[in-house]
Design a protein around this ligand. Structure first.
Ligand code: SF4
Length: 453
Protein backbone atom coordinates (compact mmCIF):
# COMPACT_ATOMS: atom_id res chain seq x y z
CA UNK A 1 0.00 0.00 0.00
CA UNK A 2 1.04 3.60 -0.54
CA UNK A 3 0.01 6.18 2.02
CA UNK A 4 0.27 9.13 -0.44
CA UNK A 5 -2.05 7.35 -2.90
CA UNK A 6 -4.61 6.53 -0.18
CA UNK A 7 -4.39 10.04 1.25
CA UNK A 8 -4.98 11.57 -2.16
CA UNK A 9 -8.25 9.66 -2.42
CA UNK A 10 -9.39 11.06 0.96
CA UNK A 11 -8.33 14.60 0.05
CA UNK A 12 -10.46 14.63 -3.10
CA UNK A 13 -13.45 15.53 -0.93
CA UNK A 14 -12.14 18.90 0.23
CA UNK A 15 -15.08 19.73 2.50
CA UNK A 16 -14.88 16.41 4.38
CA UNK A 17 -11.12 16.52 4.77
CA UNK A 18 -11.31 20.09 6.14
CA UNK A 19 -14.05 19.09 8.56
CA UNK A 20 -12.06 16.00 9.64
CA UNK A 21 -9.01 18.15 10.31
CA UNK A 22 -10.99 20.69 12.36
CA UNK A 23 -12.93 18.05 14.33
CA UNK A 24 -9.79 16.25 15.48
CA UNK A 25 -8.09 19.54 16.30
CA UNK A 26 -11.08 20.31 18.53
CA UNK A 27 -10.39 17.06 20.44
CA UNK A 28 -6.69 17.92 20.68
CA UNK A 29 -7.61 21.35 22.02
CA UNK A 30 -9.87 19.78 24.68
CA UNK A 31 -6.99 17.54 25.71
CA UNK A 32 -4.70 20.56 26.07
CA UNK A 33 -7.19 22.49 28.19
CA UNK A 34 -8.00 19.63 30.58
CA UNK A 35 -4.37 18.56 30.97
CA UNK A 36 -3.52 22.08 32.10
CA UNK A 37 -5.96 21.74 34.99
CA UNK A 38 -3.66 19.07 36.49
CA UNK A 39 -0.60 20.81 37.95
CA UNK A 40 1.35 17.53 38.17
CA UNK A 41 0.59 16.54 34.55
CA UNK A 42 4.22 16.30 33.48
CA UNK A 43 5.09 14.31 36.61
CA UNK A 44 2.26 11.88 35.79
CA UNK A 45 3.60 11.43 32.26
CA UNK A 46 7.08 10.78 33.57
CA UNK A 47 5.80 8.33 36.17
CA UNK A 48 3.69 6.46 33.59
CA UNK A 49 6.67 6.23 31.28
CA UNK A 50 8.89 4.86 34.05
CA UNK A 51 6.29 2.31 35.16
CA UNK A 52 6.04 1.06 31.58
CA UNK A 53 9.85 0.96 31.30
CA UNK A 54 9.89 -1.24 34.36
CA UNK A 55 7.18 -3.50 32.92
CA UNK A 56 8.95 -3.91 29.58
CA UNK A 57 12.26 -4.69 31.27
CA UNK A 58 10.76 -7.77 32.99
CA UNK A 59 7.58 -8.46 31.08
CA UNK A 60 7.78 -12.23 31.50
CA UNK A 61 7.97 -11.88 35.31
CA UNK A 62 4.86 -9.68 35.46
CA UNK A 63 2.96 -11.87 33.01
CA UNK A 64 3.62 -15.01 35.03
CA UNK A 65 2.56 -13.28 38.27
CA UNK A 66 -0.55 -11.96 36.53
CA UNK A 67 -1.48 -15.39 35.22
CA UNK A 68 -0.90 -17.05 38.62
CA UNK A 69 -3.09 -14.53 40.43
CA UNK A 70 -5.79 -14.54 37.76
CA UNK A 71 -6.02 -18.34 37.85
CA UNK A 72 -6.19 -18.25 41.66
CA UNK A 73 -9.15 -15.85 41.27
CA UNK A 74 -10.99 -18.36 39.09
CA UNK A 75 -10.22 -16.79 35.69
CA UNK A 76 -9.38 -19.22 32.86
CA UNK A 77 -6.21 -17.94 31.20
CA UNK A 78 -5.25 -18.77 27.60
CA UNK A 79 -2.10 -17.79 25.67
CA UNK A 80 -2.11 -16.98 21.95
CA UNK A 81 1.09 -16.52 20.01
CA UNK A 82 -0.65 -14.84 17.07
CA UNK A 83 -3.97 -13.65 15.66
CA UNK A 84 -4.90 -17.07 14.28
CA UNK A 85 -4.43 -18.76 17.65
CA UNK A 86 -6.38 -15.99 19.37
CA UNK A 87 -9.31 -16.37 17.00
CA UNK A 88 -9.33 -20.14 17.30
CA UNK A 89 -9.38 -19.96 21.10
CA UNK A 90 -12.40 -17.63 20.96
CA UNK A 91 -14.17 -19.94 18.50
CA UNK A 92 -13.44 -23.01 20.61
CA UNK A 93 -15.01 -21.38 23.68
CA UNK A 94 -18.06 -20.38 21.64
CA UNK A 95 -18.45 -23.88 20.22
CA UNK A 96 -18.22 -25.40 23.71
CA UNK A 97 -20.98 -23.07 24.84
CA UNK A 98 -23.05 -23.71 21.68
CA UNK A 99 -23.10 -19.98 21.18
CA UNK A 100 -24.08 -18.51 17.80
CA UNK A 101 -24.11 -14.78 18.59
CA UNK A 102 -21.87 -12.56 20.71
CA UNK A 103 -21.85 -8.95 21.84
CA UNK A 104 -18.46 -7.26 21.72
CA UNK A 105 -17.26 -3.99 23.20
CA UNK A 106 -14.48 -1.93 21.65
CA UNK A 107 -11.21 -3.81 21.39
CA UNK A 108 -8.41 -2.74 19.08
CA UNK A 109 -6.76 -6.12 19.65
CA UNK A 110 -9.72 -8.01 18.18
CA UNK A 111 -9.61 -5.62 15.20
CA UNK A 112 -5.90 -6.37 14.87
CA UNK A 113 -6.68 -10.11 14.89
CA UNK A 114 -9.61 -9.65 12.44
CA UNK A 115 -11.83 -11.55 14.85
CA UNK A 116 -15.15 -10.37 13.38
CA UNK A 117 -14.66 -11.76 9.84
CA UNK A 118 -13.16 -14.95 11.28
CA UNK A 119 -16.17 -15.60 13.51
CA UNK A 120 -18.66 -14.59 10.84
CA UNK A 121 -17.03 -17.06 8.45
CA UNK A 122 -17.66 -19.69 11.12
CA UNK A 123 -21.33 -18.85 11.41
CA UNK A 124 -21.20 -16.61 14.52
CA UNK A 125 -23.07 -13.31 14.56
CA UNK A 126 -20.91 -10.53 16.03
CA UNK A 127 -22.55 -7.35 17.30
CA UNK A 128 -20.23 -4.46 18.12
CA UNK A 129 -21.90 -2.58 20.95
CA UNK A 130 -19.84 0.61 21.06
CA UNK A 131 -21.98 3.15 19.18
CA UNK A 132 -19.22 4.28 16.82
CA UNK A 133 -18.16 0.69 16.16
CA UNK A 134 -21.75 -0.37 15.45
CA UNK A 135 -22.04 2.45 12.92
CA UNK A 136 -18.92 1.38 11.02
CA UNK A 137 -19.99 -2.27 11.33
CA UNK A 138 -23.24 -1.39 9.53
CA UNK A 139 -21.05 -0.08 6.69
CA UNK A 140 -18.77 -3.10 6.80
CA UNK A 141 -15.86 -0.75 7.50
CA UNK A 142 -13.08 -0.98 10.10
CA UNK A 143 -12.76 1.89 12.63
CA UNK A 144 -10.86 4.89 11.25
CA UNK A 145 -9.60 5.95 14.70
CA UNK A 146 -8.84 3.86 17.77
CA UNK A 147 -10.94 5.95 20.17
CA UNK A 148 -13.43 7.58 17.77
CA UNK A 149 -14.17 4.76 15.31
CA UNK A 150 -16.70 6.68 13.16
CA UNK A 151 -15.02 10.08 13.26
CA UNK A 152 -14.86 10.12 9.45
CA UNK A 153 -18.68 10.18 9.22
CA UNK A 154 -20.95 13.21 9.62
CA UNK A 155 -24.25 13.01 11.46
CA UNK A 156 -26.22 13.25 8.19
CA UNK A 157 -24.46 10.12 6.92
CA UNK A 158 -25.17 8.33 10.20
CA UNK A 159 -28.82 9.34 9.91
CA UNK A 160 -28.96 7.71 6.46
CA UNK A 161 -27.30 4.52 7.74
CA UNK A 162 -29.74 4.29 10.68
CA UNK A 163 -32.69 4.95 8.40
CA UNK A 164 -31.64 1.99 6.28
CA UNK A 165 -30.60 -0.38 9.09
CA UNK A 166 -32.80 0.64 12.01
CA UNK A 167 -35.73 2.22 10.15
CA UNK A 168 -35.32 5.61 11.85
CA UNK A 169 -37.14 8.63 10.44
CA UNK A 170 -35.62 9.70 7.10
CA UNK A 171 -33.55 12.88 7.39
CA UNK A 172 -33.68 13.03 11.20
CA UNK A 173 -30.07 13.59 12.22
CA UNK A 174 -30.69 14.65 15.81
CA UNK A 175 -27.87 12.93 17.79
CA UNK A 176 -30.13 12.19 20.80
CA UNK A 177 -32.78 10.62 18.58
CA UNK A 178 -30.20 8.50 16.75
CA UNK A 179 -28.50 7.43 19.98
CA UNK A 180 -31.85 6.37 21.46
CA UNK A 181 -32.56 4.29 18.36
CA UNK A 182 -29.17 2.57 18.68
CA UNK A 183 -29.84 1.99 22.37
CA UNK A 184 -33.13 0.21 21.73
CA UNK A 185 -31.56 -1.84 18.93
CA UNK A 186 -28.55 -2.87 21.07
CA UNK A 187 -30.68 -3.63 24.15
CA UNK A 188 -32.25 -6.56 22.30
CA UNK A 189 -28.82 -7.87 21.30
CA UNK A 190 -27.51 -7.61 24.88
CA UNK A 191 -30.49 -9.52 26.24
CA UNK A 192 -30.01 -12.38 23.79
CA UNK A 193 -26.24 -12.91 24.08
CA UNK A 194 -24.76 -15.77 26.11
CA UNK A 195 -21.16 -14.64 25.56
CA UNK A 196 -19.67 -11.14 25.75
CA UNK A 197 -16.24 -10.24 24.38
CA UNK A 198 -14.28 -7.23 25.64
CA UNK A 199 -10.80 -5.81 25.30
CA UNK A 200 -8.59 -5.02 28.28
CA UNK A 201 -7.04 -1.64 29.08
CA UNK A 202 -4.91 -2.71 32.04
CA UNK A 203 -4.01 -6.06 33.64
CA UNK A 204 -2.80 -5.74 37.24
CA UNK A 205 -0.02 -8.25 37.97
CA UNK A 206 -0.23 -8.13 41.78
CA UNK A 207 -3.96 -8.94 41.94
CA UNK A 208 -4.70 -10.81 38.70
CA UNK A 209 -7.58 -8.41 37.95
CA UNK A 210 -8.08 -6.46 34.75
CA UNK A 211 -9.71 -3.14 33.92
CA UNK A 212 -11.92 -2.26 30.96
CA UNK A 213 -12.63 1.43 30.23
CA UNK A 214 -15.67 2.56 28.23
CA UNK A 215 -17.73 5.71 28.05
CA UNK A 216 -20.99 3.98 27.18
CA UNK A 217 -21.06 1.17 29.76
CA UNK A 218 -21.55 -1.29 26.93
CA UNK A 219 -18.81 -3.64 28.13
CA UNK A 220 -20.47 -3.87 31.56
CA UNK A 221 -23.93 -4.35 30.08
CA UNK A 222 -22.71 -7.22 27.86
CA UNK A 223 -20.63 -8.91 30.53
CA UNK A 224 -23.23 -8.73 33.28
CA UNK A 225 -26.00 -10.19 31.15
CA UNK A 226 -23.93 -12.97 29.56
CA UNK A 227 -22.85 -16.25 31.17
CA UNK A 228 -19.36 -16.10 29.71
CA UNK A 229 -16.95 -13.18 29.45
CA UNK A 230 -14.04 -13.48 27.01
CA UNK A 231 -11.45 -10.74 27.58
CA UNK A 232 -8.76 -10.27 24.92
CA UNK A 233 -5.56 -8.62 26.10
CA UNK A 234 -2.26 -7.72 24.43
CA UNK A 235 0.64 -8.85 26.63
CA UNK A 236 1.94 -5.29 26.91
CA UNK A 237 -1.15 -4.13 28.85
CA UNK A 238 0.32 -5.27 32.18
CA UNK A 239 0.94 -2.86 35.04
CA UNK A 240 2.61 -4.03 38.25
CA UNK A 241 0.26 -2.77 40.96
CA UNK A 242 -3.29 -1.59 41.45
CA UNK A 243 -2.03 1.74 42.80
CA UNK A 244 -0.50 2.43 39.37
CA UNK A 245 -3.99 2.60 37.89
CA UNK A 246 -4.35 6.05 39.43
CA UNK A 247 -1.56 7.29 37.19
CA UNK A 248 -2.82 5.73 33.97
CA UNK A 249 -6.54 6.39 34.37
CA UNK A 250 -5.90 10.09 34.98
CA UNK A 251 -3.77 10.29 31.84
CA UNK A 252 -5.90 8.09 29.58
CA UNK A 253 -9.24 9.91 29.60
CA UNK A 254 -7.71 13.38 29.46
CA UNK A 255 -5.41 12.45 26.58
CA UNK A 256 -8.11 10.57 24.65
CA UNK A 257 -11.15 12.83 24.69
CA UNK A 258 -10.37 15.69 27.08
CA UNK A 259 -12.56 14.17 29.83
CA UNK A 260 -11.29 14.11 33.40
CA UNK A 261 -12.26 10.47 33.77
CA UNK A 262 -13.67 7.74 31.54
CA UNK A 263 -17.31 7.09 32.50
CA UNK A 264 -16.87 3.38 33.31
CA UNK A 265 -13.60 1.97 34.60
CA UNK A 266 -14.68 -1.56 35.43
CA UNK A 267 -12.52 -4.00 37.39
CA UNK A 268 -12.93 -7.73 36.70
CA UNK A 269 -11.34 -9.98 39.28
CA UNK A 270 -13.25 -13.24 39.44
CA UNK A 271 -16.33 -14.72 37.77
CA UNK A 272 -19.72 -14.44 39.49
CA UNK A 273 -21.26 -17.68 40.73
CA UNK A 274 -22.24 -19.91 37.80
CA UNK A 275 -20.38 -17.72 35.26
CA UNK A 276 -17.00 -17.89 33.51
CA UNK A 277 -14.27 -15.45 32.63
CA UNK A 278 -11.76 -16.41 29.94
CA UNK A 279 -8.74 -14.17 29.51
CA UNK A 280 -6.69 -14.53 26.32
CA UNK A 281 -3.15 -13.13 26.48
CA UNK A 282 -2.00 -12.32 22.96
CA UNK A 283 1.52 -11.80 21.61
CA UNK A 284 0.97 -11.32 17.85
CA UNK A 285 4.32 -9.64 17.18
CA UNK A 286 4.74 -7.89 20.53
CA UNK A 287 7.71 -10.03 21.62
CA UNK A 288 9.42 -9.28 18.31
CA UNK A 289 8.84 -5.55 18.88
CA UNK A 290 10.22 -5.89 22.40
CA UNK A 291 13.40 -7.29 20.87
CA UNK A 292 13.84 -4.26 18.61
CA UNK A 293 15.84 -1.95 20.83
CA UNK A 294 14.96 1.23 18.91
CA UNK A 295 11.22 0.50 18.78
CA UNK A 296 10.44 -1.31 22.02
CA UNK A 297 9.16 1.90 23.62
CA UNK A 298 6.19 1.77 21.26
CA UNK A 299 4.85 -1.04 23.49
CA UNK A 300 4.19 1.54 26.20
CA UNK A 301 1.20 2.79 24.21
CA UNK A 302 -2.10 2.92 26.13
CA UNK A 303 -4.11 3.57 22.92
CA UNK A 304 -5.40 7.02 23.86
CA UNK A 305 -5.32 8.33 20.28
CA UNK A 306 -3.82 11.71 21.24
CA UNK A 307 -0.98 11.35 18.74
CA UNK A 308 -3.56 10.92 15.97
CA UNK A 309 -5.62 13.94 16.99
CA UNK A 310 -2.59 16.21 16.91
CA UNK A 311 -0.87 14.80 13.82
CA UNK A 312 -1.17 17.18 10.84
CA UNK A 313 -0.90 14.21 8.47
CA UNK A 314 -3.50 12.01 10.20
CA UNK A 315 -5.94 14.90 10.50
CA UNK A 316 -5.65 15.68 6.81
CA UNK A 317 -5.36 12.20 5.35
CA UNK A 318 -7.92 10.27 7.43
CA UNK A 319 -7.53 6.98 9.28
CA UNK A 320 -8.21 4.72 6.31
CA UNK A 321 -5.19 6.06 4.42
CA UNK A 322 -2.93 4.03 6.75
CA UNK A 323 -4.57 0.68 5.83
CA UNK A 324 -3.64 -0.50 9.29
CA UNK A 325 -5.63 -1.32 12.46
CA UNK A 326 -3.78 1.34 14.43
CA UNK A 327 -3.41 4.40 12.19
CA UNK A 328 -1.56 7.66 12.80
CA UNK A 329 1.91 8.18 14.24
CA UNK A 330 1.98 5.21 16.64
CA UNK A 331 0.49 2.91 13.99
CA UNK A 332 3.27 4.01 11.63
CA UNK A 333 5.77 2.61 14.13
CA UNK A 334 3.85 -0.59 14.97
CA UNK A 335 2.71 -1.61 11.48
CA UNK A 336 6.15 -1.82 9.79
CA UNK A 337 7.15 -4.18 12.60
CA UNK A 338 4.34 -6.51 11.53
CA UNK A 339 4.79 -6.24 7.74
CA UNK A 340 7.64 -4.00 6.63
CA UNK A 341 7.03 -4.35 2.93
CA UNK A 342 3.34 -3.55 3.08
CA UNK A 343 3.71 -0.60 5.47
CA UNK A 344 7.01 0.87 4.28
CA UNK A 345 5.40 4.19 3.27
CA UNK A 346 3.92 4.85 6.74
CA UNK A 347 6.99 6.17 8.60
CA UNK A 348 7.22 8.80 5.83
CA UNK A 349 3.65 9.97 6.56
CA UNK A 350 4.89 12.46 9.11
CA UNK A 351 6.29 15.97 9.20
CA UNK A 352 8.51 14.86 12.12
CA UNK A 353 7.26 17.99 13.90
CA UNK A 354 7.28 16.09 17.21
CA UNK A 355 3.76 17.09 18.26
CA UNK A 356 2.88 13.39 18.73
CA UNK A 357 5.77 12.98 21.16
CA UNK A 358 4.73 16.13 23.04
CA UNK A 359 1.18 14.91 23.71
CA UNK A 360 1.90 11.22 24.35
CA UNK A 361 0.88 10.48 27.97
CA UNK A 362 3.53 7.76 28.32
CA UNK A 363 6.25 9.82 26.65
CA UNK A 364 6.96 7.57 23.67
CA UNK A 365 9.57 9.24 21.44
CA UNK A 366 7.27 8.74 18.47
CA UNK A 367 8.83 11.09 15.93
CA UNK A 368 12.32 9.77 16.67
CA UNK A 369 11.16 6.21 16.09
CA UNK A 370 9.54 7.23 12.81
CA UNK A 371 12.87 8.71 11.76
CA UNK A 372 14.61 5.47 12.77
CA UNK A 373 12.18 3.44 10.63
CA UNK A 374 12.87 5.71 7.66
CA UNK A 375 16.55 4.94 7.93
CA UNK A 376 15.94 1.18 8.26
CA UNK A 377 13.58 1.20 5.28
CA UNK A 378 15.90 3.27 3.10
CA UNK A 379 18.79 0.92 3.91
CA UNK A 380 16.67 -2.14 3.10
CA UNK A 381 15.65 -0.81 -0.33
CA UNK A 382 18.43 -1.70 -2.73
CA UNK A 383 16.54 -0.71 -5.92
CA UNK A 384 16.64 2.94 -6.95
CA UNK A 385 13.32 4.77 -6.88
CA UNK A 386 12.25 8.30 -7.83
CA UNK A 387 13.11 9.76 -4.44
CA UNK A 388 16.52 8.12 -4.12
CA UNK A 389 17.49 9.21 -7.67
CA UNK A 390 16.40 12.79 -6.86
CA UNK A 391 18.42 12.70 -3.63
CA UNK A 392 21.52 11.46 -5.43
CA UNK A 393 21.22 14.29 -8.00
CA UNK A 394 20.64 16.84 -5.21
CA UNK A 395 23.65 15.48 -3.35
CA UNK A 396 25.83 15.93 -6.45
CA UNK A 397 24.63 19.51 -6.96
CA UNK A 398 24.75 20.61 -3.31
CA UNK A 399 28.26 19.28 -2.77
CA UNK A 400 29.78 21.29 -5.68
CA UNK A 401 29.35 25.09 -5.15
CA UNK A 402 29.72 25.90 -8.85
CA UNK A 403 27.07 23.34 -9.84
CA UNK A 404 24.73 24.70 -7.16
CA UNK A 405 25.23 28.28 -8.38
CA UNK A 406 24.67 27.46 -12.03
CA UNK A 407 21.68 25.17 -11.46
CA UNK A 408 20.03 27.83 -9.27
CA UNK A 409 20.41 30.45 -12.04
CA UNK A 410 19.09 27.98 -14.63
CA UNK A 411 16.05 27.05 -12.54
CA UNK A 412 15.18 30.70 -11.85
CA UNK A 413 15.29 31.38 -15.59
CA UNK A 414 13.40 28.22 -16.54
CA UNK A 415 10.60 28.64 -14.00
CA UNK A 416 9.83 32.09 -15.43
CA UNK A 417 9.07 30.73 -18.88
CA UNK A 418 7.86 27.18 -18.34
CA UNK A 419 4.07 26.70 -18.51
CA UNK A 420 2.20 25.52 -15.40
CA UNK A 421 1.47 22.18 -17.06
CA UNK A 422 5.22 21.51 -16.75
CA UNK A 423 6.01 23.11 -13.38
CA UNK A 424 2.99 21.46 -11.74
CA UNK A 425 3.22 18.17 -13.60
CA UNK A 426 3.01 14.79 -11.86
CA UNK A 427 6.74 14.99 -11.10
CA UNK A 428 6.15 17.89 -8.71
CA UNK A 429 4.28 16.06 -5.95
CA UNK A 430 5.12 18.93 -3.56
CA UNK A 431 3.16 21.28 -5.82
CA UNK A 432 -0.10 19.34 -5.38
CA UNK A 433 -2.22 21.69 -3.30
CA UNK A 434 0.64 24.19 -2.84
CA UNK A 435 1.95 27.10 -4.91
CA UNK A 436 5.63 27.45 -5.64
CA UNK A 437 7.05 30.51 -3.84
CA UNK A 438 7.57 33.72 -5.79
CA UNK A 439 10.94 33.60 -7.50
CA UNK A 440 13.64 35.96 -6.23
CA UNK A 441 15.38 38.12 -8.83
CA UNK A 442 18.78 36.83 -7.81
CA UNK A 443 20.37 34.24 -5.55
CA UNK A 444 21.08 34.97 -1.89
CA UNK A 445 24.78 34.64 -2.67
CA UNK A 446 24.63 37.46 -5.24
CA UNK A 447 22.51 39.58 -2.92
CA UNK A 448 24.94 39.03 -0.06
CA UNK A 449 27.97 39.94 -2.13
CA UNK A 450 26.32 43.26 -3.06
CA UNK A 451 24.91 44.09 0.38
CA UNK A 452 27.42 42.67 2.85
CA UNK A 453 28.75 46.12 3.83
S1 SF4 B 1 1.46 6.53 21.23
FE1 SF4 B 1 1.02 7.76 23.03
S2 SF4 B 1 -0.35 9.37 22.22
FE2 SF4 B 1 -0.34 7.74 20.68
S3 SF4 B 1 -2.08 6.43 21.18
FE3 SF4 B 1 -0.28 5.56 22.23
S4 SF4 B 1 -0.30 6.46 24.26
FE4 SF4 B 1 -1.65 7.70 23.02
Amino acid sequence: MSHPVEAEAFLKDKATSKWHDETLWFVRDKRDKVSKTVPEWEELRELASQIKDNVLSQLEVYLEAFEKNAVANGIQVHWAKDAQEHNEIVLEILKNKKCEAIVKSKSILTEECHLNPFLEKNGIEVVDTDLGERIVQFLNQPPSHIVLPAIHLKKGQISDIFHEKLQTEKGNDDPTYLTQAARVHLRGKFLGAKVAVTGVNFGVAETGEFVVCTNEGNADMGVHLADVHIACMGIEKIIPKREHLGVFLRLLARSATGQSITNYNSHFRSPAVGKEIHLILVDNGRTAQLGREKFRNSLKCIRCGACMNTCPIYRRSGGFSYKSTVPGPIGSILSPGIDLQKHSSLPFASTLCGSCTDVCPVKINIHEQLYEWRQEITKSQSALNGKSIAMKIANGIFSVPFAYHISGAMMRGALKILPESVTYSGLNTWGKGRDLPELPKESFRNWYEKNRK
